[in-house]
Design a protein around this ligand. Sequence first.
Ligand code: ADP
Ligand code: MG
Length: 424
Amino acid sequence: MAGSASTAPTGPATPVPPGATAPRLHRPLPPLPPGSWLGLLGGGQLGRMFCMAAQSMGYRVCVLDPGADSPAGSVADRHLRADYLDEGALREMADTCRATTTEFENVPARALEFLAAYGIVSPAAGSVAIAQDRMAEKAFVRGCGLDIAPYVDVRSADDLRAAPPGLFPAILKVTRLGYDAKGQASVASIGQALDAFAKFGRVPCVLEKRLSLELEISVVVARGFDGRSVAYPVAENVHRAGILAVSTVPARISQDLALRAVDATRRLADAMDYVGVLCVEFFVLADGSLRVNEMAPRPHNSGHYTIDACITSQFEQQARVLAGLPLGSTHQHQSAVMLNVLGDCWFDQPGDAQPSVAPREPDWTVVLGHPSAKLHLYGKREARRGRKMGHVTVLADAVDEAVRVAVQIERELGIGAPGEPIRP
Ligand code: ADP
Ligand code: MG
């Protein structure tokens, strides 16, 4: 049986560290009735799954995204195809929607601030601003008394030259706009770090010690306007080439470790007076200690399993928070393994002597031939290597059984890298 979620409400009791948004009075949001318009900034797969969840409760969704056939835009009730800072489009959004959310952290803070002048915006611009800048994020997490990997801020080549030798081997990460390991370079020495810094165009970076990881885990919480929060079970994550590949839930970790991770996530959410869905990624070290890796001010890839395995999905929670509705149960009714399906599957298929030059649709019948596997594709027209095209969630009464079927599906689809299997 899957681990049950912690659902105890918490208030915004944590002292506010430097960098946090100022505490504000919680005013109860009059619930927006079904039929109302909800706004969404961003058009990717997270937005698509938000649209579907909101629409299934009777809401209409207006998406602002510049993309032509964006995954969210193509299922939204309305798609404003414009830049996030296009004032006409923002005005249109504000006129249509009394509440707006975002599906990715790189949306300009100015767009959120603009909308906040007219209606409800969750998460708030201040929370998004922390999560979209690695320097601000690390300072904030440390200010909350939580441990992170040793690092230094890098604004100039001199900052790199002054970096303590003990930080190497390290990872140089651009502070803004990085995702799925883009904007990151593994560096073994100051010389390599200087080269990588130049390649990144000398934009602000953090230089972070490469830790030896026992495990990676993540926690998704949803927190409402009243400061009450609910947490999902901890996910155990495997990354390949810096991109999430597999989430196994519940994580096969001690209860003590799970509680520490959930507590830390709640502490961060409370300190930001966060409203919405928040995910915190953690590293687990060999001694069982935790390091906060990063936060995502939105539903997270490692929470996709909640669609099929939990009473309320992370996307439905996002819609509930935005509409001012009560939060739903996070109870997980089946163990789950989520496999990301990247564009590579269109090029490397089992039985190929060598990779195909032209993309070919994978054979989905092999996935659907497993009755407990659920296929989710995001409607992206073009498959590219490393691009997230969809995911598969395998459900079972016991986590070991879900892992067994997931390993088989990985083999059948030709995904997975030798040496980095799903932990059996
Ligand atoms: P992204 O924004 O691309 O998710 P992350 O900082 O989370 O960037 O890095 C992606 C992955 O790279 C992590 O999940 C982890 O597997 C690996 N990684 C990142 N930083 C470190 C580190 N300091 N030590 C070891 N592995 C790391
Ligand atoms: Mg990450």
